[in-house]
Ligand binder design. Structure first.
Ligand code: ATP
Ligand code: MG
Length: 392
């Protein structure tokens, strides 16, 4: 069968991105490396992506004039965060190619829609989400079955980095947590016995072709991604294949165009459970910048510009360490981490996001260690944690 003809956006033109954070910055850098010019729409006038983009549209994410200005300037627009208003993507789509589209983003930004979608495509993906129940009232709490406790109460919208979720053991805990969250609609998920966590980065082009990156194993600390290791030391060939097949089924069921990352749990008994998806490049995919032929950001450029997708081959084992603002602090004093010592380690690739205000828990950058063997990359990670004062 011949592929449908999809005219590509020439690198002489402009690409747009909704959001000015670090993902927008790294997207802009990848687009610029290919010759594109980049416009960012972001309400803050100082932001990581704004520092590198050729143009910053300073406007709220739902500002009609700002959106129209972005659409007039660019041939295609993407997003760097999942909470961009879906209506804004629809408005942009009346004038330019938008990838991912409002549908994919609106499913991913609402935990109820997301879980329902995972259940609906389980016959094709062969994975299910954690058992769950919508909690919108005290009556819903009274009706919770014992099988869902202990659990995690998560807000339906706007959760990230473990924010907007509370661990609960009893119905009384659920009531207290529901009140604490201002009685917004939540989802109660059964607490599962995790053996480890993985994510699968995938990309699908406008012509329906899709690619899947090597599976990544993720360790979280305090709800925030701490490290990503690829290949994952715990990942069996069987669960890798299952997760990659599931990811490909999910991205095609969604009719999605662009980079999508899907998080999975592997339970102690080996069962694979789908957790959530991010309609954009993802923190757990940063290793692709230094360890794969095509980075996740270059892949996003290719997908939105309707170019052929790039080679996802990983050429080096890799370990990625997130750099949080915490390491700038030593008691009361604030000082710059010893980057020179970190960069003296073989295979260290440092990425800082241009944020001049370190705060605890704030993502300031990441370091990826690439090496001929995973053991060497892990040894460099340990050395870096020693230098940076990060307990292992
Ligand atoms: P992200 O930063 O990935 O956007 P988030 O705040 O949206 O995170 P989740 O990914 O749903 O939230 O959960 C954060 C972490 O909490 C998971 O990576 C996992 O470690 C743990 N967790 C979430 N749900 C469950 C569950 N049902 N059972 C056990 N652990 C869970
Ligand atoms: Mg998550």
């Amino acid at each position: 069968m011949n592929k449908p003809f999809v005219p590509a956006a020439s690198p002489a033109t402009w690409l747009g991105v909704m959001g000015g954070g670090q993902l927008g910055r790294m997207f802009a850098q990848a687009a610029q490396a290919m010759g594109y010019q980049v416009a960012v729409l972001e309400p803050a006038d100082e932001c990581p992506a704004g520092q590198v983009a050729q143009h910053l549209v300073n406007a709220a994410y739902d500002d009609a004039a700002g959106l129209d200005a972005l659409a007039a300037q660019c041939v295609a627009v993407t997003t760097e965060f999942e909470n961009v208003p879906a209506d804004s993507l629809s408005r942009l789509a009346q004038r330019v190619f938008v990838a991912p589209d409002a549908h994919g983003v609106s499913v991913a930004q609402d935990r109820i829609a997301e879980k329902a979608f995972f259940v609906a495509c389980a016959s094709k993906s062969h994975v299910m989400p954690a058992p769950h129940k919508v909690i919108a009232s005290y009556e819903d709490i009274d009706a919770i079955g014992d099988d869902l406790l202990p659990g995690i109460l998560k807000t339906v919208r706007m959760g990230y980095d473990g924010k907007g979720q509370v661990r609960v053991r009893s119905r009384d805990d659920v009531r207290a947590a529901f009140d604490e969250m201002g009685q917004v609609t939540c989802l109660l998920e059964k607490m599962l016995p995790l053996a480890y966590e993985v994510s699968v980065l995938t990309a699908r082009g406008a012509d329906g072709e899709s690619v899947v990156y090597p599976i990544a194993e993720n360790v979280h600390r305090d709800g925030i991604l701490f490290t990503t290791t690829v290949p994952g030391p715990n990942v069996s060939a069987d669960s890798a294949l299952k997760a990659q097949n599931a990811a490909q089924a999910i991205v095609s069921e969604l009719g999605y165009v662009g980079v999508l990352c899907i998080e999975f749990f592997v339970l102690e008994d080996g069962t694979l459970v789908v957790n959530e998806m991010a309609p954009r490049p993802h923190n757990s995919g940063h290793y692709t910048m230094d360890a794969c032929v095509t980075s996740q950001f270059a892949q996003q450029v290719r997908a939105m510009a309707k170019l052929p997708l790039g080679d996802v081959r990983q050429h080096s084992p890799a370990v990625m360490l997130n750099i949080l603002g915490d390491i700038w602090f030593d008691g009361e004093s604030v000082s710059e981490p010893a980057w020179d010592d970190v960069l003296a380690l073989p295979g260290a690739c440092l990425h800082l996001y241009g944020k001049d205000d370190p705060r605890r828990g704030r993502k300031m950058g990441h370091v990826t260690f690439v090496a001929p063997t995973l053991a060497e990359a892990q040894a460099q990670l340990q050395a870096a944690c020693g230098i940076l004062g990060i307990p292992l």
